[in-house]
Ligand binder design. Structure first.
Ligand code: SF4
Length: 715
């Protein structure tokens, strides 16, 4: 079905001129309101505790409402984040009451969206989904969720809905965020883990930037530079790198080579616990042979980190226990992402990270071989209330191509959606529901995704705003923000289960949308609960799908220590071997080499302090922090390209070109261009290949593309 560009949205959009013209009316209205309030007494003021869910930090907040409007957001000193709120939390007020909020369901008719009732909108979705099932089979429907639903308890209910309909296909933002990290860690030590920063003496922050991604803990991380050792490994000299004991400006995509170089030094200088390694690890001899290929001098040539720094950091890690490594997206957004994570985890094993003397909570211990055999690999064990929807015969999208992604994450790999829609591989997808997701903008393969959106028979978006993806949809369902929904952190005694703010317009909380849609489709028996809290309180049963890739039992292991199949830390991974991958954490260079045509590495996606992915474009206070995305490049690269600081430039890759402003700074690696993602107008995903992926996780190489910079004349 063809989807011409949006012409009309039947809802008033206020321009600056409109606001200027309306200002006297608004002031007069306020006066009337004030008078009437004065006549009735004081305005009603309420304060309520809650949780900010814009990011995974989940800061406690106290919201002040005046006559039902959110007028103030403060940090909750009684919460675990002790009163911290960042600029995004403060911007909640602007987003809740934004004049850009969707207040009614929209259905596309020809070239226009029309406001319709919820009954009509849900009826239309139900009818068209039934039609898709009748014509193509239930597996032709998929749901893709976005960042706001990361680790959100709604997701298992979305799976429940999809399974009740008959489809196995729910994909989350894990398809391109964090899952490769968790998989790499679990393939090595049997579990995901994170450093307990407060207990460490030596902390390595590798491809991460906690001041922007974990702001409440930024000071704890930075304090390691004063109270221990802080090493930052990043092609960008971040604010944290400037505070660090040592910053290694690494060439993007070569982190695995550096990890193997550090292992080389540890082994050469015998700075590891040989007894622990012999008793609790698998594949050490293979790792030794692999690491022999990475002497510091070769590592310097590959990574641009000085050989002396490779040796120095290896010694710091070995001698500065307890040590820990905070890995971020900068490690996993490459074609070699999972193996790079594994190389870093192997390094941590050798540094005594898991010897039980510190931070033992990161281990799945004690672990019995039977447990490992039955439960592995399952980072998420989904549970759902009775009645459990019947099993689905079709295999999850991406399951054939990235089997370990399916096994570890129990969901579809959303990065293959365009293939399913456009090429029918492995089977056709004809209907897609984007739930709190702007995937057409944020996933890799922007051009193909745009074509895929056109080819769908039904595209539905559930979102508080008319996002770039919503604009291409057939039906847009206006979702309430988390502040207008029941607080799912209500088990915290400080938090009230009520919403912080009444739902705006005719927007609905996610739960209500899902429940009512299920009922409209005749699936109400699977969604009997009125509220989300009722649903979450219902007794749940383990919902283990018939595992298509159940690992075979390993021989019994004496006193297994790790949650891997062998019960040991696996330098050589049993599961990788079984699925035909290289079992050792081998490094491979990015397949796109730098050339005279494309002499720079494109690092896209590091989050600035302004937006979180594509969110917050409707917030004036956040937009004021960064009005447009910028391309950071080193003076040497700028000079070679004939580009001045502040000049508008074109970034050109083999796949596309975009225009933006150049910022010339010595804070980036000389071979790099670094830019954020999430801007519809200037989308770096137009420059990234959607075929160059990590073969284990399916992750795109967002941070090791290639490009050149061209100055724009007259700018
Ligand atoms: S760090 Fe900011 S965005 Fe994240 S939960 Fe806290 S206040 Fe919200």
């Amino acid at each position: 079905m063809s989807r011409p560009p949006l012409k009309t949205v039947l809802r008033k959009r206020w321009t600056r001129r409109d606001l200027f013209k309306a200002a006297p009316i608004a002031v007069a209205g306020a006066g009337v309101l004030g008078l009437s309030l004065a006549g009735r007494g004081e305005a009603e003021v309420a304060r309520q505790r809650g949780t900010c869910r814009f990011c995974l930090m989940r800061c406690g907040v106290v919201c002040t409402l005046k006559d039902g409007r959110l007028v103030k957001v403060e940090g909750d000193r009684a919460s675990k984040t002790k009163g911290f709120v960042c600029e995004h939390g403060y911007a909640l007020r602007e987003l809740v009451h934004s004049h850009e909020r969707l207040t009614h369901p929209l259905v596309r008719r020809g070239h226009e969206f029309h406001e319709v009732s919820w009954d009509d909108a849900l009826g239309e979705v139900a009818r068209r989904l039934e039609e898709v099932k009748r014509r193509h089979g239930a597996e032709a429907f998929a749901i893709q969720t976005g960042w706001p639903l990361v680790r959100h308890p709604l997701v298992p209910f979305l799976h429940r809905f999809a399974r009740a309909y008959g489809s196995p296909n729910v994909a989350t933002v894990a398809s391109l965020c964090e899952a490769a990290l968790r998989m790499g860690q679990a393939l090595t030590v049997g579990s995901k883990y994170a450093p307990d920063v407060r207990k460490l003496r030596t902390l390595v922050v590798w491809g991460a930037n906690p001041p922007t991604t974990a702001p409440p803990f930024a000071h704890v991380v930075a304090s390691k530079a004063l109270q221990g050792t802080l090493i930052v490994i990043d092609p960008v000299r971040t604010s944290l790198a400037k505070e660090a004991t040592l910053h290694l400006a690494i060439r993007p995509g070569t982190d695995g080579a550096l990890a193997l170089g550090l292992i080389h030094v540890l082994l050469r200088e015998q700075r590891y616990d040989a007894d622990f390694v012999s008793r609790h690890t698998r594949g050490f001899e293979g790792l030794r042979k692999l690491a022999e290929q990475y002497p510091p001098e070769r590592v310097e040539a590959l990574t641009s980190v000085r050989a002396s720094d490779v040796e120095r950091v290896a010694r710091m890690l070995a001698d500065g226990a307890p040590t820990g490594i905070w890995q971020g997206l900068g490690v996993e957004h490459h074609e070699n992402g999972v193996q790079t994570v594994r190389a870093i985890s192997s390094l941590e094993v050798l540094c005594g990270r898991f010897d039980g003397t510190h931070d033992a909570r990161s281990l799945l211990s004690p672990v019995t071989p039977r447990f490992a055999e039955e439960m592995l690999p399952a980072l998420y064990r989904m549970r759902t209330p009775e009645p459990v929807p019947p099993p689905v015969a079709a295999r999850t999208l991406g399951g054939e191509r990235f089997p370990l992604y399916e096994v570890f994450n129990r969901e579809a790999q959303g990065e293959v959606l365009a293939d399913a829609i456009l090429d029918g591989k492995p089977y056709p997808v004809r209907a897609l529901m984007l739930w709190a997701s702007n995937a057409l903008l944020t996933a890799s393969g922007t051009q193909r995704l745009a074509k895929a959106a056109e080819a769908l028979e039904l595209l539905v978006t559930v979102d508080p705003f008319l996002s770039a993806s919503a604009q291409r949809s057939d039906v847009v369902l206006p979702a309430a923000t988390f502040a207008e929904s029941q607080d799912i952190d209500a088990e915290d005694a400080q938090v009230d289960a009520r919403s912080l703010v009444p739902a705006q317009g005719d927007s609905w909380p996610d739960w209500r949308i899902l429940r009512q849609l299920a009922h409209a489709m005749g699936l109400g028996r699977y969604f009997p609960w009125e509220t989300f809290h009722e649903a979450m309180s219902a007794p749940r049963v383990a919902w283990m799908e018939a595992p298509s890739l159940q690992p075979r039992p390993e021989p019994q292991v004496e006193a297994p220590r790790f949650g891997t199949v062998s019960g040991q830390a696996e330098f050589a991974s049993t599961l990788l071997e079984r699925h035909g991958y290289e079992p050792l954490p081998a490094w491979s260079a990015p397949t796109e080499a730098l050339t005279p045509d494309y002499p720079l590495r494109l690092v896209s996606g590091p989050r600035p302090r302004a937006r979180i992915n594509s969110q917050f474009s409707q917030s004036p206070s956040i937009t004021a922090r960064m009005r447009e995305p910028e391309a950071l490049l080193h003076p040497a690269a700028a000079s070679a390209a004939g580009v001045r600081h502040g000049q508008r430039v074109e970034l050109v890759s083999p796949y596309g070109r975009i225009r933006l402003r150049a910022v010339v700074t010595e804070d980036v690696h000389p071979e790099c261009v670094v830019m954020p993602a999430g801007w519809a107008e200037v989308n770096p995903n137009l420059l990234i290949s959607d075929t160059k992926r990590d073969p284990i996780s399916g992750f795109p190489a967002f941070r090791s593309g290639v490009c050149r910079v061209e100055p724009l004349a007259g700018s």
